[in-house]
Ligand binder design. Structure first.
Ligand code: GCU
Length: 344
């Protein structure tokens, strides 16, 4: 099942930004395919689209991933991370990786759900109880091997692995939330996903899908009354300035994926591919370590800036979220993935 969420105009404007940012795309010749070293000193810099700031753990871990990859392959391969949606919002970045205009991107699981319904499983509120459980599942080839190659023939996209988004909660412009009733009538931004639209409805709010980069202005102008995200994005995107009430619904542990154009990946020699995989493992491990620290820091910084963090009626939220599992797991392969993730 494929739903196109991106307009051609959006892709073209992102591509224009990309060309402006990269000087017309020159210097993109691959020299890694032969595995024979960097003839003429020309290595291949992989352009990676990210929608976070340069302070975010994902930027930091990807930046050091690139540096280590460069060292490990004698500069045949390196990574240039374009932060802050410079290459477009995630829906555009996904299309650009598919077409090969951009090599890699970090996209939320919600984006991949729009290409293959099996990805819905890891976007469900109840699938992961902790970051540790999530990371062990989403980087285990026995569980995710088929899933991660499932977009190769249709989209030319390979999923490399996952970064945690940590635990997501709601935040609002005008007072804390304690129960689902408190979200009644509130326009709440959600990611562009059918599951998350239903999730927000179940939680009591009126879901409003928007790209990540549009959330600050939408909160500020009153187009929306709230959103949901982890503490790190809440602070690094400055959402606390315009929505200072963060209420700990902890409704899901979110997941980002590193995706790469399949053709580009196949240009790597065996040796370089092994280095890529090894350094990726180090990158997601570093990311998970940075995550805990960044979360504590984000909470302290947001509180110092006047935001409040409050507890909710967790049982009441769990009760409305539970039915989403049966509603959204409709196939045997989805069930099998869900059971594997839950250790059933
Ligand atoms: C998190 C996540 C992003 C995602 C964003 C969102 O910050 O890491 O990948 O785009 O949430 O809510 O859109």
């Amino acid at each position: 099942m494929r739903t196109t969420t991106t307009s051609l105009a959006g892709v073209l404007s992102a591509a224009a930004l990309f060309l402006a940012a990269c000087g017309g795309g020159e210097g993109a010749e691959a020299s890694g395919g032969s595995g024979s070293g960097s003839e003429g000193g020309e290595g291949r810099a992989l352009r990676l689209a990210l929608n976070q700031t340069e302070q975010h753990p994902s930027y930091l871990a990807l930046d050091s991933f690139g540096q280590r990859l460069s060292e490990a392959t004698d500069d045949r391969w390196s990574i240039e991370v374009f932060a802050n949606e410079t290459l477009g919002a995630q829906a555009e970045a996904l299309q650009l990786v598919s077409s090969g205009a951009v090599d890699m991107a970090i996209v939320s699981g919600t984006q991949l759900e729009n290409l293959d319904e099996d990805f819905v499983v890891f976007n469900l509120p109840t699938v992961f109880d902790s970051v540790e459980q999530q990371m062990s599942v989403v980087n285990d080839p026995d569980v995710v091997g088929d899933l991660y190659s499932s977009l190769e023939s249709s989209e030319n996209i390979t999923v490399v692995g996952g970064f945690t988004q940590g635990t997501r909660s709601v935040y609002t412009t005008d007072g804390p939330v304690e129960t689902p009733e408190d979200l009644a009538g509130k326009k709440m931004r959600v990611q562009e996903s059918d599951l998350h639209l239903s999730m927000m409805e179940a939680m009591g709010g009126s879901p409003t899908p928007l790209a990540f980069g549009e959330v600050y202005t939408a909160l500020q102008s009153g187009v929306i009354d709230g959103a949901e995200n982890n503490e790190v994005s809440y602070f690094t995107q400055k959402h606390h300035e315009v929505a200072p009430f963060y209420s700990r619904t902890n409704h899901l542990v979110g997941l980002d994926y590193l995706i790469i154009n399949t053709g580009v990946l196949s240009e790597m020699s065996e040796e370089d591919r092994a280095a890529f995989d090894e350094e990726w493992t180090a990158a997601h491990e570093e990311h998970t370590q940075l995550w805990t620290e960044a979360t504590e820091q984000a909470i302290a910084d947001a509180e110092a800036a006047g935001a409040t963090f409050s507890e909710v009626d967790t049982d009441a939220f769990n009760a409305v979220l539970e039915p989403l599992v049966d509603e959204f797991l409709t196939t045997d392969s989805q069930r099998a993935l869900y059971d594997a993730a839950r250790g059933n």
